[in-house]
Design a protein around this ligand. Structure first.
Ligand code: G3I
Length: 347
């Protein structure tokens, strides 16, 4: 009986949620249908789930999400074609089973690079051919920028990068475009608002665009906190990438109650004071006011979950608080009731 979020923002952008297949039934499914017009897989479309062994693709779980989106007329984001995490080891082993990153012979390194780029091509091609009519936006590469500010180039030294340089990025985007001419292709990352990461991402994207790499937009994960990053930094980042002619999407929004590290944390949900939810509501209010102001530059806003009962941030809170800690990043509570943050973004 509460007003749907997606309708509230229908003139501005689509509203999404990250989901696991088990959430597509029952109460969570009802919330999804009522409030969201876009979804993304929280885990099941990642390389380790889609191609756990070379040549053995597994689309069972991914298909469930595609089906739900279709049946309910929702947009669908694909997360993610290429990532350094949740990727099976085999991608980076040579024909003899030796880790490619350990290879020192220049000729063999060149061979390895070719092999890995072939694997990128095949992975991307197989998925894009299967889902091209179902996916609205693709996270083509995820988190390729390094967090370490000392790294002047700013590129994450993942096996992808150590073996191919930035060619894996080019091949991934070009292959996606080749098999879906209309695909909207995104480079996705976190802390895109914050220097020097923002500049590193900007420089990379600019260079790739100059080389003709078909990038359509930047995905700003937006795993943020009550007071960080600032609204001004967020605005600047969106404007910066828009100045390259690119779209922006807010791809993994959640507002943690904690700083870094997330300790001390409230042990249980019941321990979280009402004032904290008020502060969180003010934060959501400011964010959505900004998104709406910049709505010609933002096509989608996706939360990295549905309600406070299921969030990756709990794992983090537990990890830093001896196994006991709860976060509460969304606009629905653990019983799927609306929180002050919901009212803030609807008013
Ligand atoms: O599926 C297995 C299950 O079989 C096993 O029993 C269980 C035991 O730990 O693990 C399950 O896998 C977990 C998986 O989520 C599915 O629940 C992994 O351990 C766990 O590490 C994994 O975490 C995911 C994380 O990415 C992996 O890096 C989170 O759910 C997911 O929210 C998170 O999402 C990422 C985005 O893809 C990229 N941006 C950051 C964001 C948050 O970390």
């Amino acid at each position: 009986d509460v007003a749907p979020m997606d309708k509230r923002y229908e003139d501005s952008f689509t509203i999404g949620a990250a989901v696991e297949p088990y959430q597509l039934e029952g109460e969570e499914a009802e919330i999804l249908k009522h409030h969201y017009n876009s979804i993304v897989a929280e885990n099941v479309m990642k390389p380790i789930n889609i191609q756990p062994e070379e040549g053995k693709f597994n689309f069972t779980e991914a298909d469930k999400i595609v089906k739900f989106a279709k049946e309910n007329n929702m947009d669908l984001r694909f997360h993610t074609l290429i990532w350094h995490s949740q990727v099976p080891e085999w991608f980076f082993l040579d024909k003899d089973g030796k880790p490619m990153v350990d290879e020192t012979d220049p000729k063999k390194r060149e061979k390895n690079k070719k092999l890995l780029l072939k694997r990128v091509e095949k992975h991307v091609k197989t998925i894009v051919q299967r889902y091209k009519d179902d996916i609205d936006s693709w996270d083509v590469v995820n988190e390729v920028i390094d967090d370490n500010p000392q790294n002047e180039k700013g590129l994450r030294e993942s096996p992808w990068y150590l073996i191919t340089g930035t060619d894996f990025i080019k091949v991934a985007f070009e292959t996606a475009r080749k098999y879906d001419k209309d695909a909207k292709l995104y480079i996705n990352d976190y802390n895109t608002e914050v220097e020097p990461k923002r500049t590193h991402l900007y420089n990379l994207v600019k260079e790739l665009l100059e080389q003709g790499v078909p990038i359509d937009g930047v995905g700003h994960q937006s795993h943020i906190q009550l007071g960080w990053p600032s609204i001004q930094e967020t605005e600047d980042a969106i404007n910066l990438f828009a100045s390259l002619g690119l779209d922006n999407q807010i791809t993994e929004l959640d507002v943690s109650l904690y700083g870094w590290p997330p300790a001390p944390a409230y042990p249980t949900y019941e321990d979280i004071p009402d004032e904290v939810f008020q502060t969180q509501a003010e934060r959501y209010d400011a964010l959505f006011e900004l998104y709406e102001k910049l709505d010609d530059k933002i096509s989608n806003v996706t939360f990295w979950g549905i309600a406070d009962n299921h969030t990756w941030l709990d794992d983090r809170a537990e990890q830093y608080n001896n196994g006991i800690g709860k976060d509460a990043p969304f606009v629905f509570d653990i019983h799927y009731n609306v929180k002050p943050a919901y009212h803030a973004i609807m008013d």
